[in-house]
Design a protein around this ligand. Sequence first.
Ligand SMILES: [Zn+2]
Length: 431
Amino acid sequence: MFIKVCSSIVCLAFLAAACPAQQAPAAAAVSVIRAGKFIDVQAGRVLTNQLIVVRGGKIEAVGPSLKVPEGAQTIDLSAMTVLPGLVDCHTHLADLGSAEPLDVLKTTAAESAYEAIPNARVTLLAGFTTVRDVGVYRAFNDVAMRDAIAKGIFIGPRMYVAGAYITISEGAGAMTGLAPDIQLPWDLQYGVANSPWEVRQKIRELAHRGADHIKVLSTGAVLTHGSNPKSIEFTPEELRAAVEEANNFGLRVAAHAHAAEGIKNAIRAGVASVEHATLIDDEGIALAKQHGTYLDMDIYDEECIQSNTNTPADFLRHDAELGEAQRRNFAKAVRAGVKMTFGTDAGVCPHGINARQFAFMVKYGMTPMQAIQSATVNAADLIGHSELFGSIAAGKSADIIAVAGDPLADIRVLEHVAFVMKEGVIYKREP
Ligand SMILES: [Zn+2]
């Protein structure tokens, strides 16, 4: 019954919502999108009157005067601006999203898994067709979520996941703030490691158990009890071991780092991206350029940390002054030409408002085109799947969104995505 209703190309979000289990609908055999404006993110230009042929979930051809295949359904977006599905490189979809990390102790593993399902749904409907999820307190909730979405059990973005946080004991990715005689279950302390060999052991296990990348915590954190964002956690040799071991399995490393030395330790160790990069200094910026390291700076979520009345008092103290410093350093890094991706730390802010960060990226020095590229071509490059997504081009997955308006004139139109297609399936279509 459900399959029948949803097998049409016009199975929209409200239909998907009405379908049992909110399973993903199927794609039409072949369709043609008429794009009024088309953002070519690879060339950094805007084209008009482009046709996009979509077949079997893939983009078959793009151009101004293509032959429309027989029997193709037409999707008329000639009054809209069409661009690739967006990518958030720093999310936490599989967590509870509570301001207090210890709340995870009040729920079973099954409860936290079910409660996370809407996170995936609202993220997709906001136009984010792919995310790089960078850690979860309950190890492997993210692996299960990625696989459930891929199987069509519920709807969400394509996910790349970390499996767990690799962190020192009582470190930035650990469950802290408990009495010393509390024994945590295995999945809430899975990634704790305290030497290069322990780091390697965890990475070997994560690689075997489904991680797509490795998340390490190089410095203290804002949103961890008893932590100091300015402290150094993993040593350079532990970070080097992480990168070498991850690379042995073809995995890249994302390093959480606020403190300047911790950022530089991570870059020198060869990580693919530095998350937050809050207190990066001039030497760190030069190193990032030299090594080709991406900075993935969450410059919007300060608004949520400060305005959420449930934010624990110690987190607010950690955060003092850091938000503004991070934005200043973001502007410096943009000016210096460091490679940047779009990452929001979604979960700190509510899921589904990821696109609010674009306006801050523009306010702090990016052009609108650079901000869009950070969430498309650059993000795909960081994740290592430019062949699959990140731009609208023949052979890639049909991950396509549209907005009513011109995001290059007003980047905030990306906060209201009207059309979402992922792998050729339409999940949202508003007039
Ligand atoms: Zn995070």
